[in-house]
Write a protein that binds this ligand. Structure first.
Ligand SMILES: [Zn+2]
Ligand SMILES: [Zn+2]
Length: 340
């Protein structure tokens, strides 16, 4: 390390992103705990959850937190108990930061439900900074084929989208609807298509509809138009509870709707016969396990999954969040350090 301070974004006043909830601050470079890595951030994806942290949709877990949980970086230091990583290793830092490892959920392989879990960029400082830390057991090794910017959005958008896809239990060759088509959906779509699904996309954004068709979706429609065939499964990526009944009506008998977001506006009353009867199922998706993450990263490498990325300088992180909120880009924004 050449310096002992760094620049980092801090959520000083959670609120609408136009009201400048984030401030660029100078802080000491963090000191890794005994089981943690110190990571020099090379790229950090901008996730909708960061927007929810900045705007106060999620309660404050750590005052002044640095958001960012799609971090690609280089190991530059480690605590005394770390054995599996060395300086110079490239690692990914994702949303799930720590679990207790001993509760009933952890014991049955559902560590995503651990009541004592901690999250990067919410409970602990994340990657909108020049350095961050991660418990070594929760750091991912990344496929060589992906460069730093391309790999970043896979770490949350990709992994969560993948868990949502698995939660739908989509049958082989099945018909999948995707409601909303941002960073997570466009990665999920690529795995579903590679596995033989027919994918129908519903989104307000004309640019996202174009991207969906380029990637191989069978159809792409504006909200308000139903997909052209009944769906075996659907995933709601847009944080709009009003779309829950819309997506349920588009399901075939026995279909499953998975809700991918961590935050959703209220779901309106459901009409039993048209929206739930015939064994339609509604399932939420909560975070992910490390096994989900490793499975997705391996599939992403095997199927050549590519994030459509829009690099932003780290110094303009608030603009990236504002543009995400306004839907001004398709795919995923990625912050790259311009402050060194
Ligand atoms: Zn646990
Ligand atoms: Zn995320």
């Amino acid at each position: 390390m050449t310096t002992d301070t760094m620049r980092a974004w801090s959520v000083v006043r959670p609120g609408p992103v136009d009201g400048r909830p984030l401030e660029l601050v100078e802080r000491p470079v963090p000191v890794p705990g005994a089981d943690e890595l110190l990571v020099r951030v090379r790229a950090c994806g901008v996730c909708r959850t960061d927007l929810h942290v900045a705007e106060g949709d999620l309660p404050v877990h750590r005052a002044g937190v640095t958001p960012g949980h799609e971090v690609v970086g280089e190991v530059v230091g480690a605590g005394a108990a770390v054995r599996d990583f060395a300086a110079g290793d490239r690692v990914g830092v994702a949303w799930l930061r720590r679990t207790d490892g001993v509760c009933a959920y952890c014991a049955r392989g559902a560590e995503n439900l651990c009541p004592h879990s901690e999250y990067t960029g919410w409970d602990a400082d994340g990657g909108y900074a020049q350095y961050t830390t991660v418990p070594a057991g929760f750091a991912y090794r990344l496929p060589q084929a992906l460069d730093d910017v391309a790999a970043a959005p896979l770490l949350c958008a990709g992994i969560i989208g993948h868990r949502a896809l698995r939660r739908t239990a989509l049958p082989a060759g099945g018909r999948l609807g995707l409601y909303g088509f941002g960073g997570s959906a466009h990665l999920c779509a690529q795995v579903a298509l590679a596995e033989g699904a027919r994918v129908h996309v519903v989104t307000r954004s004309a640019a996202a509809r174009r991207l969906a068709l380029e990637l191989g979706a069978a159809s792409a429609h504006d909200v308000g138009e139903p997909p052209p065939e009944p769906l075996d499964a659907a995933i709601l990526f847009a944080p709009a509870g009003g779309l829950v009944p819309v997506a349920l009506r588009a399901l075939d008998r026995g279909g499953v709707l998975a809700l991918a977001g961590i935050h959703l506006t209220d779901v309106p009353p459901l009409h039993y016969e048209t929206e739930l009867f015939y064994e339609k199922e509604l399932r939420s998706v909560t975070s992910n396990t490390r096994a989900d993450g490793r499975e997705f990263l391996a599939l992403a490498a095997r199927h050549g999954v590519r994030a459509t990325t829009h690099p932003y300088p780290l110094s303009r992180a608030p603009q990236a969040l504002g543009d995400l909120k306004a839907g001004r880009f398709d795919g995923a924004a990625v912050l790259v350090d311009d402050l060194s």
